[in-house]
Design a protein around this ligand. Structure first.
Ligand SMILES: *[C@@H]1O[C@H](CO)[C@@H](O)[C@H](O)[C@H]1NC(C)=O
Ligand SMILES: *[C@@H]1O[C@H](CO)[C@@H](O)[C@H](O)[C@H]1NC(C)=O
Ligand SMILES: *[C@@H]1O[C@H](CO)[C@@H](O)[C@H](O)[C@H]1NC(C)=O
Length: 414
């Protein structure tokens, strides 16, 4: 058995990479790099098993090299000789660093290097023609200041799933950048130089934002914003004015339900997710104005009912379970799919016990009163003294006034 396993392991190590190759006249064939004619311009390889043949650098006509998913642990030092390269895909390998010579590849327009183990990317700082840079799923803890040089043409930047706690303030020249993915880092703020009319999508899910970064206010064409998985306690102030917004996720935060009404001004919004916010209610009036909304996700909160105002939405999709619904839901207009039905009946809501007043005599005519709800003194409510006349309680405060205020707070709790 062991011998068989060893044999299998040994033979899989010997698998020869097969690359699909093209030159100016068309498809050259599928064969190992070693046998590539020097004329090839485009090459896509799989099955390299950890090591790229050293002589790949001889293929000087290459404009496009795709090496994704080959288990590569390093790239040959002479990679920098492939001066005509405009497209390089080295994603999904095991690269922990890039060869210095890569900085000579100044014609590169797209670099895909996601899903590796890169902690340093300095050799990319000379690539002035970059349009797209994908570095998601690496081990970056910082971005070099020298990246300020490579932004003029850049339209798309992916730095998701790294370990960035801040970004340098170097983005002034990135005037064409429209898509920025910063998901799954440790960011608590963003630099102001990201402000730009060009930005249409910014992904910030799973970071450490306790407030929305101010620079988001200076992205007037923002259409897509993901803020789920942060520590927001209310709907950010600028959102009601983000009138180009189409896609917004606020799930897995701790959003104050009362602040949700401010979203009503987003008439162009199509997708809104508010899942996992521990919401106990949606305020009455919520949804009025969300005329374009097609998908609403309110899963996994603590909602017991839905406001009647939701019946004004014309949704395609409603995702509403699990929650703590009781009684009947309002009429809902959902075209395609929902996990609850319009007017659906749930078990009756548990009747909430009335608050109780407990009296403890202080003197014969004066009592201490505690208003309790479910046997507990309500936080923020003081016990007070009550008697036939104030004098009976030794000139203590006007107890009836206190009682009135307490009752109103109780009604609200209820
Ligand atoms: C070869 O690569 C270039 C640069 O990325 C690209 O524009 C072209 O379409 C590719 N040609 C083929 C046949 O894949
Ligand atoms: C992220 O960076 C912090 C601070 O430099 C470090 O302590 C931590 O180990 C890093 N985490 C990962 C997953 O690399
Ligand atoms: C619902 O919330 C619980 C507790 O926060 C979490 O463990 C679970 O993954 C969530 N489920 C969904 C579907 O989001």
């Amino acid at each position: 058995m062991i011998a068989v396993l060893l044999l299998v392991a040994a033979s899989s190590l010997r698998v020869t990479a097969v690359c699909e190759m093209w030159d100016d006249r068309g498809f050259v064939g599928s064969r190992p790099i070693k046998t590539a004619p020097l004329s090839v311009t485009n090459m896509t390889c799989s099955g390299e098993n950890g090591k790229l043949p050293y002589h790949v650098y001889k293929l000087k006509q290459l404009t496009s090299l795709e090496l994704q998913g080959n288990g590569l642990q390093g790239l040959p030092d002479k990679m920098g000789k492939l001066e005509l390269l405009t497209h390089l895909d080295i994603s999904d390998n095991s690269l922990s660093k890039l060869p210095k010579s890569l900085s000579l590849l100044t014609n590169l327009e797209t670099v895909h290097a996601s899903s590796n183990a890169l902690s340093a990317i300095d050799s990319l700082s000379t690539m002035f023609e970059l349009r797209e840079l994908h570095l998601g799923g690496n081990e970056l803890e910082s971005i070099p200041e020298a990246f300020s040089n490579i932004g003029k043409q850049m339209t798309s930047l992916d730095l998701s799933e790294n370990n960035l706690s801040e970004l340098p303030d170097i983005f002034d020249s990135f005037s064409m950048l429209h898509t920025i993915d910063l998901s799954a880092n440790r960011l608590s703020d963003l630099p102001n130089s990201l402000a730009s009319d060009a930005v249409t999508a910014i992904m910030l899910r799973n970071n450490a934002l306790s407030e929305a970064p101010q620079v988001l206010e200076q992205m007037p064409n923002l259409g897509q914003l993901t803020l789920d998985g942060n520590q927001l306690s209310e709907v950010p102030d600028f959102l009601p004015d983000a009138d180009q917004l189409v896609y917004l996720t606020l799930g897995s935060n701790a959003i104050d339900p009362e602040s949700l009404l401010s979203l009503n001004s987003l008439g162009g919004l199509r997708t809104l997710s508010l899942d996992n916010n521990d919401l106990e209610y949606l305020p009455e009036g919520f949804g009025v104005g969300l005329e374009s909304l097609l998908l609403l996700d309110i899963r996994n909160n603590s909602l017991t009912r839905l406001p009647d105002s939701l019946s004004e939405l014309h949704l395609d999709y409603l995702q509403a379970l699990p929650n703590n619904f009781c009684g009947s839901l309002p009429n809902l207009q959902v075209a395609v799919s929902s996990d609850v039905e319009s007017g659906q009946e749930f078990d009756a809501c548990p009747s909430t016990p009335a608050p109780t007043i407990e009296r403890t005599p202080v003197t014969e005519t004066c009592y201490q009163e505690d208003i309790k709800y479910k046997g507990e003194l309500i936080p923020g409510l003081k016990s007070f003294l009550r008697a036939e006349t104030t004098d009976d309680c030794h000139a203590l405060c006007d107890a009836s006034l206190v009682l009135e205020t307490s009752r109103r707070i109780l009604d609200k709790v209820h």
